[in-house]
Design a protein around this ligand. Sequence first.
Ligand code: 5RP
Length: 225
Amino acid sequence: MALSSQDQLKHAVARAAVDEILPMLDRQTVVGIGTGSTANCFIDALAEYRHDFDGAVASSQATADRLKKHNIPVYDLNGVGTLPVYVDGADEINHQLHMIKGGGAALTREKIVAACAQTFICIADGSKHVDRLGGFPLPIEVIPMARSYVAREIVKLGGDPVYREGVVTDNGNQIIDIFNFMIDDPLDMEVRINSLVGVVTHGIFAVRGADILLLGREDGVARYT
Ligand code: 5RP
């Protein structure tokens, strides 16, 4: 069946991710789960199997709330340790499976949960697949008092920072989005921005990229590794 709307593509990749992880699940398994509309589709599809695994670690309060509505237990990452798998969406993903994430402001917890996962499965509709990262503005979570300093440092790197007004992250911090900032070397840029004082996390996920991409296209779900 041809898939047309972006919504259908999100549901298709969410279903494909459930099929991908089903063989890994047993009654002790705790699954890492990301944030956003595609991750929400995954949560809803996974809920059908809630008796086949133990529970989940959530990358945001919004995800925790949705999991609890499905009666899926939500665990603190500190009590769980290593996760077999983390499933999340992305704002952009390139052919090396490096990503820009954080459109939903959950990037810090997403990066932490991803770091604890043996396998990162990215689920995305075809519009997210790009040759070069940076078309989507790069989110940076900052300690509030460092916002202007970090913005000035980003200007020196060639980007146009914009304060995401009214947004407070789950960690009590602020977000600036970097426009007009094409990223040729995501690994290098991830480390460079990490080194700026006041940056909590930013949305380049290259050091720990995805291991598997399930990409929704009109002709079905393509799997990349
Ligand atoms: C949230 C994220 C999301 O994964 C990203 O924004 C994609 O969201 P969606 O699935 O709604 O397009 O990084 O911080």
